[in-house]
Design a protein around this ligand. Sequence first.
Ligand SMILES: Nc1ncnc2c1ncn2[C@@H]1O[C@H](COP(=O)(O)OP(=O)(O)OP(=O)(O)O)[C@@H](O)[C@H]1O
Ligand SMILES: [Mg+2]
Length: 267
Amino acid sequence: MKIAIAGKGGTGKTTIVGSMARELARRGHKVTALDVDPNPTLANTIGVPLDSVEAAKTLPFDAFERVMLDTGGAVLKLNLPVEQVLEAVGLPGPDGINLVVAGRVEHAARGCNCATHAAVRAVLEAITDETPGVVLVDMEAGIEHFSRANGTLRYVDALLILVEPFYKSLVTARTVVSLSAELGIQRRYVVANKVRNENDLAAIKEFCRESGLELIAIVPFEPAFPEAETAETAPIDAAPDAPGVLAARGLAQRVLEVLEDKEPAAV
Ligand SMILES: Nc1ncnc2c1ncn2[C@@H]1O[C@H](COP(=O)(O)OP(=O)(O)OP(=O)(O)O)[C@@H](O)[C@H]1O
Ligand SMILES: [Mg+2]
């Protein structure tokens, strides 16, 4: 099962994915948390010290080969079993999570991040329905990964489109909706984050109506998230019962239910 999250910068992708990862791992799932942000911070929400991420391995390019396409262009394909690669580079996290940092930008003026995206695309392609466990993908901000050649997220089973109740967040989300449809991602759900009141919720519901997508979770504005972040603690450890944290935890379960075609509870 491969679930990715996308949305405008700062909407809370990393916060939500990290909390979902912990919740699923606590419930006994084998969880791989894949950080695709070139400035990786998913560790912070999972409860892994950020200094250990600085030394972490990233996806090894010698595990991939370049394959020419009949249609022109080329893609990377994994030449090793995907589970072996993810285990080899992952950092062990709490509750048995395997935290994988896809790549990092360490120096200025060294070129684009294209190779990391091609590798992530290949990893997601190599994970099949037979691969045990859940892979949660924390994307970098914005929309560029949708426009990349071959599409980084083409092979995910579900895309969570994270929106804040702000105009610019909704503008980005509209573009994410149309680009992800072009990429052929069938199962797309909206997650509302940082909701403070009924007006906020109404704006997001209107967005769902116009895009025809289901609102799968509502996460309220939750001070426990930034507080946990500053204390370098996972929200699920610092404030497991805070309303926002509970909502993110509930989302983890809901997504699996929806993907397994169980009737979801109404939001
Ligand atoms: N529900 C919430 N209530 C209050 N603050 C929140 C909430 N969700 C996330 N935040 C805060 O918003 C900030 C941005 O969150 P986060 O880093 O998860 O966003 P992001 O979408 O991953 O950002 P980027 O696009 O840079 O990767 C953080 O300081 C986080 O603590
Ligand atoms: Mg992030």
